[in-house]
Write a new protein. Structure first.
Length: 378
């Protein structure tokens, strides 16, 4: 769009007629002050500016436009019937003009100049946009490289920790066997098993994250009763973490459509996180309820360290770990990310309610299976 600025309406009408004849979209302003307001509000490809105007003259308007970052590259053509000597023409270029035409002017020459300057402006804008995209792409790649390096460092550390423990416990087992201390050997073997389980979880998380990134995380969906899956998951945690009490309340009493192994994976992750991040508590609350006839709510509540409000939105993103707890607790920061992807694939919702020092409630929902058409959902 072209902006014509002139204090005489007859000049505007004449110019507008010429430009609209060549299919240009035109806007107008009858003063320098009005022009500045419009330039800040709208986008223009070119400005045709009269020099001699009451209030702000053309030179002052051009200097103001050139001073704004948003408008500094808009080409300006000055028109003047009075200020035609070299001093004023030089001032026009110095104030930001691209050309200076003296009235009366040849309409065909004006149209050619308008076309040329608009084309140059469009090319300049396109180049600037390309440059910005390249800058953003370079920064994105740098950030991705930093994230990759940080993840490799973190993964190496997290994988090495259980391996170091396993090596130490196996040495203790050997010594106990040599001394015929069977009870001690059993104790160290059990600790070895626990560390192997931690290592297995870390490796599974790595594999699942890779599959999600490549779109290859498999789901074997079918219709099934949700309550047995919940009971089985809770029982696994009770048997594995005998030091904690899982207090389960409620029942769903409905069927769902999905991958029961993946849903069990989410429940196990929620429960193990609750135990992991509440070291000074031995009770975990697990509640199942129907929010409505078509949605199940599963809620896991602990009395642990809690999570600040400003960190809660990032909990379900890849590789994220709350800084305050990352040095105290093992993990790759991928468990909740994987859970979120699984829940989304089941058309459910997820989230957390938490306060620092007052524990956390992690929840997710699943749609209730109610007809055969639902079974064909992806």
């Amino acid at each position: 769009m072209i902006l014509i600025v002139d204090d005489k309406s007859e000049n505007i009408i004449a110019l507008k007629r010429i430009l609209e004849k060549h299919k240009f979209e035109v806007d107008t302003a009858l003063s320098g002050e009005e022009a500045l307001k419009k330039v800040l509000k709208n986008n223009y490809d070119l400005i045709i500016l009269d020099v001699q105007m009451p209030g702000l003259d053309g030179f002052e308007v051009a200097e103001s436009i050139s001073g704004y970052s948003k408008t500094k590259d808009i080409p300006i053509i000055f028109l003047s019937a009075v200020n035609v000597n070299k001093q004023f023409i030089s001032k026009g270029y110095a104030s930001g003009g691209r050309d200076y035409l003296v009235k009366p002017f040849d309409p065909d020459v004006l149209v050619l100049k308008v076309k040329t300057f608009i084309k140059l402006y469009e090319q300049t804008t396109a180049l600037q946009n390309m440059q910005q995209v390249l800058v953003e792409e370079i920064e994105f790649r740098k950030q991705a490289e930093r994230t990759k390096d940080e993840f490799i460092t973190m993964a190496s550390h997290e994988l090495k920790t259980p391996l170091t423990s396993i090596k130490g416990y196996m040495q203790m087992v050997e010594r106990s066997v040599d001394r015929d201390l069977k009870d001690d050997a059993k104790k160290y073997l059990e600790r070895t098993r626990q560390q192997l389980e931690k290592l297995n979880i870390l490796i599974d998380d790595l594999l699942d994250t890779s599959k999600i990134a490549s779109g290859k995380l498999e789901f074997k969906n079918r219709v099934y009763d949700i309550d047995p899956i919940i009971e089985n998951s809770v029982d696994i945690i009770r048997q594995t973490y005998t030091s904690h009490q899982i207090i389960k309340t409620g029942q769903a009493g409905v069927k769902v459509y999905g991958d029961q192994i993946r849903i069990e994976q989410v429940i196990l992750n929620y429960l193990t996180n609750a135990i992991k991040y509440s070291p000074n508590s031995t009770e975990i609350l697990f509640d199942v309820s129907l929010l409505s006839s078509d949605e199940i709510l599963i809620n896991v509540t602990d009395s642990g360290i809690g999570i600040p409000k400003d960190k809660q939105e990032q909990l379900f993103t890849k590789f994220y770990r709350v800084e305050e707890s990352s040095n105290r607790f093992q993990g790759l920061g991928m468990g909740l990310y994987i859970c979120a992807e699984i829940i989304k694939r089941h058309h459910g919702r997820y989230g957390v309610d938490s306060e620092p020092g007052r524990g956390s409630s992690f929840y997710f929902t699943l749609p209730v299976y109610d007809n055969k058409e639902q079974a064909v959902k992806p």
